[in-house]
Design a protein around this ligand. Structure first.
Ligand code: ADP
Length: 201
């Protein structure tokens, strides 16, 4: 469901479409940033992991996070008893620059008829609930479900931005949400989404 209050924040979006490396977008209030970078290198309070239901590691961003965090992360994940699709669980960041890792399990894309969009939105809401609970000031997201799980990038970016705008409107102490795009295609999907939301204001 669209959060009207928060969409008003999209008016703040100022898109710099000329520079697609490093920080390629910052909104007026500095609360949303888009970077083309490896999420494991980001110096933020929490990074989100696009995990699988076991929470015991996998490929893609999950593998990268576990490699960078070290075996202590897997040990902590083993105590969590997995995670349902659309939900999220939190651990320490171990050897990462981030203090926390929020593990969330996105839906596998089956063509859009299996409640995939709502489940992806639930992922973001679950992550932001943990951000609120732990009073986290900065959080970075990968493009959950858009890798091996096959979720269309544009549709996923729209959900990510919409839920982020909702979360920011409800949490005045959350200073920064960063979208970590690992490839140019993902960056473009976020850029287009942010531009679209701004043009509707
Ligand atoms: P899923 O199974 O949820 O699709 P993937 O890890 O396969 O998860 O992909 C999710 C997104 O994470 C993809 O856009 C992929 O390009 C991106 N990704 C992969 N490695 C990294 C990384 N180190 N930092 C940030 N994003 C990454």
């Amino acid at each position: 469901m669209l959060c009207k209050t928060d969409l008003s924040r999209a008016a703040e979006v100022q898109l710099n479409s000329y520079n697609i490396f490093g920080v390629i977008f910052v909104n007026q209030s500095n609360r949303i940033r888009l970077v083309e970078d490896d999420i494991t290198s980001l110096d933020v309070e929490a990074i989100v992991n696009a995990a699988n239901n076991s929470l015991l590691g996998g490929g893609g961003v999950d593998g990268a996070i576990h490699r960078a965090a070290g075996p202590e992360l897997l040990a902590e994940c083993r105590t969590l008893n997995g995670c349902r699709t659309g939900e999220a669980k939190i651990t320490g960041g171990c050897k990462l620059p981030a203090r926390y890792v929020i593990h969330s399990v996105g839906p596998v894309w089956h063509g859009g008829t299996n409640n995939e969009k709502e489940l992806l939105a639930q992922c973001y809401r679950s992550c932001f609930a943990l951000v609120n609970q732990h009073d986290i000031k900065s959080v970075a997201f990968p493009a959950i479900s858009t890798g091996v799980y096959g979720f269309p990038k544009q549709a996923a970016a729209q959900i990510a931005v919409r839920e982020t705008l909702c979360a920011l409107a409800g949490n005045s102490t959350l200073e920064m949400v960063l979208f970590s795009c690992f490839n140019t295609e993902t960056c473009m999907a976020y850029q287009e989404t942010l531009a679209l939301l701004s043009s509707k204001q």
